[in-house]
Design a protein around this ligand. Structure first.
Ligand code: FAD
Ligand code: NAP
Length: 353
């Protein structure tokens, strides 16, 4: 159930950033507030203009980069609880409401173990449920948008709750209404509604699942396979700090795709359902072809086993991450005339204020 604990907001000042995000850059946040009950939302809004600005909502910090000290307020979402809103025995479907501070993977594991299908391809994605709609998380051919029916969000500046159905969320590839610049920091996602099914619908188009050596005949088998594949490919942020895929796969026009096919005949390209003729390119391949796989820059680098992941080898600030980001973007642009857009939210420094 949704937590109803009443608790006055407690603010901490000048809090270390490293434990708050998986890239673990050194630095400090001016103010830090933990949100543990929905009753605190009104207080959060009443004091909104008094908080050091900007105000950013964070979950587990697995998709953010701090290149500098953060002069604003970080609101850490810890709203817990999940419950079934309605179950339809005839269709074998149910709608579940899950609070934003729940850990995503725990929710996926619990739903699959309880016999529900829909989330199994999204196993082992770090972070919270509330962050999942922000970039419409996706993996192995499934996106959150396929199972999300709506989002309850609190408008921080005005102090009101609003329900966004799927259309209002404006989900797109690694994007949503909430990720857009104008809305950044204004909406705090409180809970997410999911439609799950008792019927397993296999989505096994990605090579790692299609060619999996064991039969994947139910949601639990897919869940287990995804966990196994991810653990073998991706660096564990607690061992090698990182933010997952650092760049989005670029979506380009047919003309650009044809030009690139001439210079890079093996460049992986995938059709984009929402935009006929466009192609989604592999950013990892472009970075690798630019000679950057395994490339190190100060205390950070491009992961040797996966060119899309930037990692931290040594403790340090986030400045080197930003420099490496610019270096990669510059080289890929120069070599292939393709713009790479970072996936994580990046705090570059006070010039953003
Ligand atoms: P944070 O990093 O804390 O925040 C991310 C963004 O969401 C920020 O803009 C923040 O302001 C906003 N936000 C967070 N919570 C809220 C809220 N309640 N209300 C409003 N705004 C909020 N992503 C994928 O899509 N697919 C993957 O397969 C995947 N794999 C990953 C693997 C690794 C090893 C890592 C480190 C990351 C991976 N990611 C992946 C990225 C990341 O896990 C997801 O984007 C995740 O949803 C972020 O959750 P978080 O709680 O850590 O969000
Ligand atoms: P992969 O399976 O080796 O595939 C490489 C790239 O090709 C992926 O980026 C994927 O795009 C694309 N792709 C592969 N098969 C496709 C198909 N049938 N249709 C359309 N696109 C296809 O990728 P990986 O790096 O091991 O990651 C596996 C999955 O986990 C991917 O979906 C990836 O997005 C996700 N992941 C995401 C993050 C993150 O931080 N965002 C981190 C790790 C893994 P897409 O990326 O668009 O799916």
């Amino acid at each position: 159930m949704v937590s109803s604990r009443s608790h006055k907001l407690s603010v901490r000042e000048w809090v270390p950033l490293a434990p708050l995000h998986t890239f673990a850059s050194h630095g400090q946040a001016r103010a830090h507030v933990e949100l543990i009950s929905q009753e605190q939302l009104s207080e959060l809004s009443a004091q909104y203009t008094a908080w050091p600005q900007p105000v950013w909502v964070l979950g587990s910090g697995s998709n953010v980069v701090f290149a500098d000290d953060f002069p604003g307020t970080l609101v850490i979402n810890q709203l817990k609880g999940r419950h079934c809103l309605q179950e339809d025995q005839a269709t074998g479907t149910a709608i579940w409401r899950v609070c934003a501070g729940e850990q995503w993977h725990d929710w996926v594991a619990a739903s699959v173990a309880a016999g529900w299908s829909g989330l199994e391809n999204l196993a082992l994605i770090p972070g919270t449920v509330g962050a999942a709609p922000i970039q419409n998380i996706g993996a192995y051919g499934v996106e959150l948008s396929q199972v999300c029916v709506g989002v309850s969000a609190w408008h921080l500046p005005s102090g009101r709750m609003q329900y966004f159905d799927r259309a209002a969320c404006a989900f797109a590839y690694r994007d949503s209404f909430f990720k857009r610049a104008a809305e950044k920091g204004h909406w705090l996602i409180v809970s997410v509604d999911f439609r799950l099914s008792r019927t397993f619908q296999a989505q096994l188009t990605y090579p790692a699942l299609r060619d999996y050596p064991e039969p994947l005949t139910d949601a639990q088998a897919v869940f287990d396979a995804v966990c196994q594949i991810r653990q073998s490919k991706l660096p564990d942020p607690s061992v090698l700090p990182n933010a997952g895929s650092f760049f989005k796969n670029p979506i380009v026009s047919k003309t650009v795709a044809e030009r690139l096919r001439q210079v890079l005949p093996d460049l992986p390209m995938y059709p984009v359902a929402s935009s006929s003729g466009s192609a989604k390119l592999s950013a990892a391949y472009l970075i690798e072809q630019a000679g950057l796989k395994g490339f190190n820059w100060a205390e950070v680098g491009v992961y040797g086993q996966h060119a899309l992941v930037l990692v931290r080898h040594q403790p340090g600030t986030g400045r080197a991450v930003l420099e490496l980001t610019h270096h990669i973007q510059h080289l890929v642009q120069e070599r292939f005339e393709v713009a790479l857009e970072p996936e994580p939210l990046i705090w570059e420094g006070p010039s953003e204020l």
